[in-house]
Design a binder for this molecule. Structure first.
Ligand SMILES: [Zn+2]
Length: 296
């Protein structure tokens, strides 16, 4: 198995929303905000190559910035580069992507599935891909729940509705091997159907500093239950979490395990660090012992 990190999107988000209960004087030292209180975010995706040669993506990011209205692009500080340009850079044809794993269906993770053209048609970014998403996430994203107002804008859900049903896998287990060596593990917390992706063993990481953070006992794509290095602490969670107490529960269980078993933890929104190995720390809860810089 081979993992190539790709920065699927770069954008800006309200700093307070990213840190919830943490006071601004604290988080602003870690990630200084701009004049509109926004902080930089990546969407750090994976290009996965299975041992049988199949190629896939974990979390395709916000999608083509050209498909967003100018105002949305400006408010979200959406950069011109996206997953499409990243795949061009590494020489992978989008038509060769045979699967897309979606940890959850918020716009910054699933917007890259496709976009609506001006003529009202839907253009899928990966025309030949099968999609994996948790059943709970699908139910919540498509269920018109008024309490989830604005969590799942139609622009990011509509393309998935156009995917052929035979290509859409709604995963309903707690821990499922959805593809050879790829486990899709229900995390909850951030959303009811949020999942992490775990690759056991020693997959090859295609990165100029891969030896700084060697994978010896698996790598966990944490998604938004631990989106950045600053979210290792229990109280640092995003305001977008639908079930914040479950995010804390997840951290207590999984970050402990990550540290004990020396699993590499992948941060999907960190603009400085892609991944790290952890150690438990009596003061800081967890500290990073090996870091993989966020560059491709
Ligand atoms: Zn996110």
């Amino acid at each position: 198995m081979k993992i190539t990190p790709l920065i699927a999107s770069r954008f800006l988000v309200d700093g307070g929303a990213m840190y919830s209960l943490v006071p601004k004087p604290i988080w602003n030292r870690l990630t200084p905000a701009d004049e509109k209180n926004r902080i930089p975010q990546n969407l750090n995706a994976w290009l996965l190559e299975l041992d049988d040669g199949r190629l896939g993506i974990v979390d395709p990011g916000c999608g083509d910035p050209e498909s967003y209205p100018a105002k949305d692009r400006r408010i979200n500080g959406l950069a011109d580069e996206w997953l499409g340009t990243e795949l061009d850079r590494v020489g992978v044809d989008r038509a060769k992507i045979s699967f897309v794993i979606l940890t959850h269906l918020h716009w910054d993770h699933s917007g890259g599935v496709g976009s609506d053209t001006e003529s009202g048609e839907t253009r899928l970014t990966f025309p030949n891909a099968e999609y994996y998403v948790h059943q709970f996430e699908w139910d919540d994203a498509t269920g018109d729940n008024p309490y989830l107002f604005k969590a799942y804008p139609p622009t990011t859900i509509t393309p998935l509705l156009h995917v052929d049903k035979s290509m859409l896998h709604l995963v309903d287990g707690e821990d499922t091997e959805i593809l050879p060596g790829v486990r899709f593990i229900l995390a909850g917390g951030h959303t009811r159907g949020s999942c992490t992706v775990f690759i056991d063993g020693q997959p090859e990481l295609v990165h100029p500093s891969a030896e700084d953070c060697p994978i010896t006992s698996g790598i966990l794509f944490a998604s938004d239950v631990c989106p950045t290095q600053h979210h290792l602490r229990m109280v640092f969670s995003t305001s977008f979490d639908t079930y914040p107490i479950d995010t804390r529960r997840w951290k207590r269980k999984w970050l402990t395990r990550v540290a004990e078993e020396q699993i590499v933890l992948w941060f999907d929104h960190d603009h400085e660090v892609f991944a790290a190995r952890l150690a438990a720390d009596p003061r800081a809860e967890f500290i990073m012992t090996h870091e993989l810089p966020a560059k491709t």
